[in-house]
Structures are given as C-alpha cells and as structure tokens.
Design a protein around this ligand. Structure first.
Ligand code: NAP
Length: 321
C-alpha cells in the first residue's frame, strides 16, 4: 500500500513516501481503507522524537491517528460493522506503527463511528482527535453547565476551533486568545471575549472581567508561568484541563477544591458517534479544513510546526466515494 512513513526520528524531511505491506487486522479490529487523514501536532511531535517515555515506536512508523474511510475487513470478534461501512475514527495506540497516513489502517472496532453521509470524508477526518479531546475536557471532566464560563486558550487552532462551539453549545460564556489576524474567526466560532495575546495580558483581562474566575480552563499551551496562570484563572471548585503537562504543584489546587488534570484524549466510538450526530445536525459547526495531498505530508508537518495554522489540516489519501 502507498504510505508516508519514517524509519528514524527527525525533522519533516524524514517523512518518506513509499510502499508498505497492508497491516494485519486483529480479531477485535477493523481494517479501514483510508480516504483522508487528519493532521495533529502530536503526529509531528512523535516524528521529532518527543514523548518517548509515554509512546513507543516500531519503525517504520506511519504517522497519524485521525481518519475517515471505508471498512475493508471486519475482525472475527467484531459485531455491528460490515465491509463497506463508511466510518471515522481515532486510531490511537500507546505504541505507534500503523498510522493513518496510509491506504489502510487497522483500528479497534470500539474506536470508530459512522460517518454521516452529509459530511465529506475530508471534513470527517479532521474531527475525531480534537472533538473527543475537547468534549472530554469541557463536558466530561469540566462538567460545564449552561450559564457557566470557560477560558479556551489558542482559540484559532484545531482544539480551539471545536472547543469554542462546544462550550457555546453547552450554554457557556467563552473567553479565548488569538492573534489579531484570527480575531474575527474566533468571534464567528462563538467566542464572547476575544483577547489578542500579542497586545494584552489575557490573565489581566479575564481577572478584570471575572474576578472570581471561570468555571473551566482548557490550557493548550505549556510553560510554568502559563500553568500557574491557568490555575489562577479558575473559580473555586472549577476545572483546569492541561493538554500538554501535569498540573503544577500548587497548594491552592487543594485549598480551592480545583479539579485539575493532564487530559489525554481517549478513543471512544460511542462518544464520537454522538459528536458526529451533533455535527450532522448543525449543532456544532465543522471547522475550516485545508486539504493537502498525501504526498505533501512533510509540508503539512512544516505548516503545523509554524504554530500558526487555523482550523485543521487534512491529507487526502485516496478517493473512496
Ligand atoms: N492532550 C491531548 O489529548 C491533546 C489533544 C490535542 C492537542 N493537544 C495539544 O494541544 C495543543 C494545541 O493543539 P491544536 O491542535 O489546537 O494545535 P494547532 O492547531 O497547531 O494550534 C495552532 C493555533 O495556535 C494558536 N497559537 C499559537 N500560539 C499562541 C499563543 N501564544 N496564544 C494563543 N494562541 C496561540 C495559533 O493562533 P494565532 O496564529 O492566532 O496565534 C494557531 O491558530 C498542542 O500542543 C497539542 O499537542 C493535546
């Protein structure tokens, strides 16, 4: 099969296009003929050699966890899925080898959901990882309710682009940060207060507007000062979700009864199915998706490395419709 892979860690140039054997399909898995693969920062961070203490590699590694496609093979222990079903999913594993930047990917049947017919394969491939992460952060862990408030750091990125509409869908008041070029974009996503972090301190703005703090913080950036600020912005009893690091060791977390976590997305086909239905019904808007051919995977990683992409990048792997 045609695939993008790397045989050693390094910069985007280690990404190679070539032929690899079609991976086997275990009894609890389905083998999916991949239509499109979503690009996430984790793909290039693993490629660069980060996070080896958490996630092991078996080279050559095909990057990518997000996908849409059509079921090619159904494992012998799998019920409820048939060859030809159009699906979307998160092919996350703690040991990477068979990713989604390839014509076929094996994935646990519990990690897939039906792709609604009205959502294109390329749009669908953009959604699983960021949607599951944001929903698990805001709704599940954050337990946000109508009338509450949230701060979503970096509103224009992949996470922010789905998290802002989710927080609005839950009935919350939303603060976010972005550069001036993305201010209109995040306002259209539903952000109530848009803070240009190049001109203002988001900590000062939020503390001035809401001295008692927000009910939930979704922190997508990292650094000691940033982590401490995230804690300081939460209201007593509120939730602080870190995307990249453990919560800082601060006495006030316990003293103010904060719930704080380094949340790592969890593949969950049932939750993804519910979210896809919300996208299908227009209750959640699909973020803007820039589609690039699979052969431009290295360029997609370089674009992601700029830290300036808006919405989502998706690689078109092959035509399946
Ligand atoms: N734990 C998990 O399960 C999990 C899941 C997904 C992602 N993550 C992590 O979460 C982070 C965000 O992921 P993502 O997919 O949203 O990344 P992304 O799409 O690459 O984010 C790019 C966006 O970040 C914004 N940005 C950059 N620097 C900023 C700053 N100082 N303040 C505010 N906005 C800034 C940019 O907007 P401007 O150009 O306007 O600055 C750009 O739109 C990454 O570190 C990723 O690894 C973790």
């Amino acid at each position: 099969m045609r695939a993008i892979y790397y045989s050693n860690h390094g910069d985007a140039a280690v990404l190679t296009e070539g032929d690899l054997p079609v991976p086997a399909c275990a009894p609890h898995q389905v083998l999916v003929r991949v239509s499109a693969a979503g690009v996430n920062p984790i793909d290039r961070r693993l490629r660069a050699g980060e996070l080896q203490e958490y996630i092991s590699r078996t080279f050559p590694v095909v990057p990518g966890w997000d996908f849409s496609g059509v079921i090619e093979t159904v494992g012998s222990d799998v019920d409820g899925w048939r060859v030809g079903d159009e699906v979307v999913g998160l092919a996350f594993t703690w040991s990477v080898q068979h990713g989604t930047y390839a014509e076929y990917v094996p994935v646990d049947a519990t990690a897939i959901a039906r792709k609604p017919p009205s959502i294109s394969f390329t749009d669908a491939a953009a959604l699983p990882l960021v949607s599951l992460t944001a929903w698990q952060s805001l709704s599940e862990f954050g337990a946000l309710q109508a009338g509450q408030s949230a701060f979503i750091q970096a509103g224009a990125g992949g996470i922010g682009s789905v998290a802002i509409p989710m927080a609005k869908h839950l009935g919350c008041w939303v603060y976010t940060t972005c550069s001036a070029a993305n201010a209109e974009y995040v306002a259209e996503l539903g952000a109530d207060v848009v803070i240009d972090y190049t001109r203002q301190s988001y900590v000062d703005v939020i503390k001035q507007e809401r001295p008692t703090g927000v009910d939930a913080v979704l922190e997508t950036l990292y650094g000691d000062d940033i982590s401490r600020s995230a804690i300081s912005l939460a209201a007593d009893g509120g939730a602080v979700v870190f995307m990249n690091n453990e919560p800082p060791e601060l006495a006030e977390i316990e003293e103010r009864e904060l719930r704080s976590i380094f949340l790592h997305h969890r593949p969950d086909g049932k939750m993804l199915d519910e979210l896809m239905k919300k996208y299908e019904a227009g209750q959640l808007p699909i973020p803007p998706v820039e589609v690039m051919p699979l052969s431009e995977a290295a360029e997609a990683h370089r674009r992601s490395e700029t830290g300036r992409t808006r919405g989502k990048l998706v690689l078109q792997v092959q035509a399946t419709e």
